[in-house]
Design a protein around this ligand. Structure first.
Ligand code: PBG
Length: 331
């Protein structure tokens, strides 16, 4: 590169028009997935204390809101059920109840908004009395292969309901191929898999566990025997490679902002689309600074999401999706 004065890097920053022309990345409606918390019942809207501005919604209110967001360009919604205490069991049978909350919500969305992609979480934590993502033994250890048996039933049940994309977020070894084979065997060759491949054992999921009501069930136990150690980065590359080989259509890195280095590495290495999850704790951090007047709401949100694009993400799950769609449609 030539040096000053032949090169003045500031020339291409001198007006908004030239900055626009030379921009390497942009955030559009095509990059966004809206994660939502679904409640039983009708006309119900509950605030979540640790996620100010995010609400749990009953199916009717959710579908009303989805209709508006679809008109603003929303492509996909990710469903997270709030399962009542009496439906939680040791073996998570409710996870594959064809008439369960998630299954009913998938069907209802598909009737009203057939083009909107519905993504469902494949993991057992909303359904277990102990709040772990799988089946446990007497010591509380999450059993890998026994858990996969239930996850495949859950994925099949969601596919029957008409889900477009199943998203295993449980971190069991070998679950992607097991789910892929089940979907093939059951004649759902076009149901896609978004694998939470590099999912870290992160404290940033705290507000989510409040939102779905699994925090109390989990108590003092942790998910460190299956979710990844935040100290590791090479291991994420192995996890992602395994999931791609097992048939994942898209892979996910989670959390997002503290893990942009993992996204950047993965996007250099793999050609499979990479999604990231700006998780509940990231939302809580940004939103508390915004609510205190320490950060500018729109600027902070938009910059946080653009950085995911720069790191190499194809799409981002963000609780800010509804607000961002409004921003992107402003004149
Ligand atoms: C459950 C699941 C979690 C999240 C998504 N799916 C929580 C966990 O693993 O404990 C977290 C999302 C968020 O924090 O926003 N398997």
């Amino acid at each position: 590169m030539t040096t000053f004065p032949l090169t003045r890097k500031r020339r291409l920053r001198s007006s908004s028009s030239i900055r626009g022309l030379v921009a390497e990345h942009a955030l559009t409606a095509n990059d966004l997935i809206w994660p939502v918390f679904v409640l039983e019942g009708k006309n119900r809207k509950e605030a979540i204390k640790s996620m100010p501005g995010v609400f749990r919604l009953s199916q009717d209110l959710l579908i009303e809101k989805l209709g508006k967001l679809y008109d603003l360009g929303l492509n996909a919604v990710a469903l997270f059920p709030v399962v009542s205490a009496e439906k939680k069991t040791e073996f998570a049978e409710e996870a594959y109840n064809d008439d369960g909350l998630v299954q009913r919500t998938i069907r209802a969305i598909k009737i009203v908004l057939p083009e909107l992609l519905v993504i469902s979480d494949i993991a057992l934590d909303p359904y277990t009395i102990h709040g772990q993502d799988g089946i446990i033994d007497e010591e509380g250890y999450v059993l890998n292969d026994e858990t996969i048996d239930v996850l495949t039933k859950q994925a099949h049940s969601h596919a029957l309901a008409g889900v477009d994309i199943v998203a295993p977020s449980d971190m069991m070894d070998g679950r992607i191929i097991a789910i892929r084979m089940t979907l093939e065997d059951q004649d759902f060759p076009n149901t896609s898999i978004l694998a939470y491949s590099a999912k870290y054992a992160s404290c940033f999921y705290g507000p989510f566990r409040d939102a779905v009501g699994s925090a109390g069930n989990l108590g003092k136990s942790s998910k460190e025997s299956y979710q990844m150690n935040p100290a590791n980065s090479k291991e994420a590359i192995d996890e992602i490679a395994m999931d791609i080989n097992e048939g994942a259509d898209m892979i996910m890195v989670k959390p997002g902002m503290p893990y942009l280095d993992i996204i950047a590495k993965a996007s250099e290495k793999f050609n499979t689309p990479i999604f990231a999850y700006q998780v509940s704790g990231e939302y809580a951090m940004l939103q508390s600074a915004i609510d205190n007047g320490y950060l500018h709401e729109k600027k902070a949100i938009m910059e946080s999401l653009l950085c995911f694009k720069r790191a190499g993400c194809d799409a981002i799950l963000s609780y800010y999706t509804d607000r961002v769609l409004d921003y992107l449609n402003e004149k």
